[in-house]
Design a protein around this ligand. Structure first.
Ligand SMILES: Cc1cn([C@H]2C[C@H](O)[C@@H](COP(=O)(O)OP(=O)(O)O[C@H]3O[C@H](C)C(=O)[C@H](O)[C@H]3O)O2)c(=O)[nH]c1=O
Length: 187
């Protein structure tokens, strides 16, 4: 595996090192020891899968606020998505900044998103399937979100939105003070 830092400390792309032969290839996608050596999670407590019917579907920007310690390893298992994460950590030098990365089932790449981030994606193909591995259990009472088209982030989504949950298009405008309260590690 190659672990590639991004502009947001702690968020890293994981690329595979395929071992090929005439049948195809074999590649490691996660290893507790390798992850631990890179300061990444050595264990996960929940995994999930998500199917999206149409290209242009937008899910996000979702977070689990403090005291959740949810980090997630995300991979596209069918099709391709533009994945976006926003740094919501009050003490971070990149607070409120975001990165975008294509997760492509044909590239087998993944993204690790640490606690303190909002996450979302837009599907670039029909029938895009996402796989998640989480470091903390899902807590509905700690779930929240920012609007995908909030001018505070100016995220450049590649396609017109074809499908989006009502909740996701109605989040209030971003409020940095509220965000710092939501993600205050002392909560
Ligand atoms: C996330 C999650 C959801 N659920 C239940 C709650 C709902 O009854 C149903 C659909 O949930 P939701 O509409 O929140 O699913 P998404 O819109 O895909 O949300 C996810 O999409 C963004 C992009 C993410 O990064 C998060 O993983 C997650 O927020 O599954 C669970 O039971 N466990 C879970 O971990």
């Amino acid at each position: 595996m190659k672990i590639i830092p991004t502009a947001l400390a702690g968020a890293v792309e994981i690329q595979i090192d395929p071992i090929s032969d005439e049948r195809g290839f074999f590649a490691r996608t996660w290893c507790s020891q390798t992850f631990q050596q890179h300061g990444l999670p050595s264990e996960f407590v929940q995994t999930s899968v998500c199917h999206n019917k149409l290209a242009g579907t937008l899910r996000g920007m979702h977070f689990q606020r403090s005291p959740s310690t949810e980090g997630k390893l995300i991979r596209c298992e069918h099709g391709k998505v533009l994945d976006v994460v926003i740094d919501c950590r009050p003490s971070s030098n990149t607070f409120c900044q975001h990165i975008s990365i294509e997760l492509d089932s044909q590239q087998f790449n993944a993204l690790y998103v640490p606690p303190g981030f909002a996450h979302g994606y837009q599907t670039l193909t029909d029938n895009a399937v996402m796989h998640y591995m989480m470091t903390d259990v899902f807590s509905p009472e700690l779930a929240g979100g920012f609007r995908y088209n909030d001018p505070a982030f100016a995220i450049n989504w590649p396609l017109p939105v074809s499908q989006i949950a009502g909740r996701d298009s109605q989040y209030a405008d971003f409020d940095a003070v509220l965000c710092q309260q939501l993600f205050n590690e002392e909560n």
